[in-house]
Write a protein that binds this ligand. Sequence first.
Ligand code: ADP
Length: 186
Amino acid sequence: MEDYIKVNQTIITLIQGDITKVTADVIVNAANTSLLGGGGVDGAIHKAGGKSILEECVKIRERQGGCAVGEAVITTAGNLPASHVIHTVGPVWNGGNNNEIEKLKSCYRKSLSLASEYKAKSIAFPNISTGIYRFPKQLAAETALEALFDYLNPMSVEQATIEQIYFVCFDDVNFNIFRNKLVNAL
Ligand code: ADP
């Protein structure tokens, strides 16, 4: 089942499932600062994408020493049905007093900017920080959508390349939260 809404010229679609199976120009990875892979969606992306993604991450790490929280870097996508993977590092939830909301917003904003730079037409996001990093799921969904709406409204020349944004929810809790939010946004 797919739910979607349209913001300006961009369609936002909700999918439940495994992001490594989603066909999109860019797939976003919820990475960690080392860029060397981990559990959760990070592990799934490296496993399905093959070792070329990790090799590129290692090169980025040698060049700039990993990736800071709230930042994003880009690699090719190996065996995934995508052209590129954007690796962004979400904040670890620490009670909310450590700028976690701003940092999470920054992940979405920087990923969208980078995808636009690469002329991507479609981009798929997982629910960044809501697994091992323990960001409360309701708040994470609100933050993700706010970042998205800020980016799409008003429409800028920069974001004009992105026609389709997928939110790929792996677990039922996130999926139901997003479905309620999108239904309410209709
Ligand atoms: P973080 O460290 O940013 O919390 P996790 O990978 O632990 O990253 O979790 C982020 C989200 O990704 C969680 O909501 C989790 O359910 C989801 N997730 C795990 N595996 C996949 C997958 N294969 N596809 C999409 N989402 C996934």
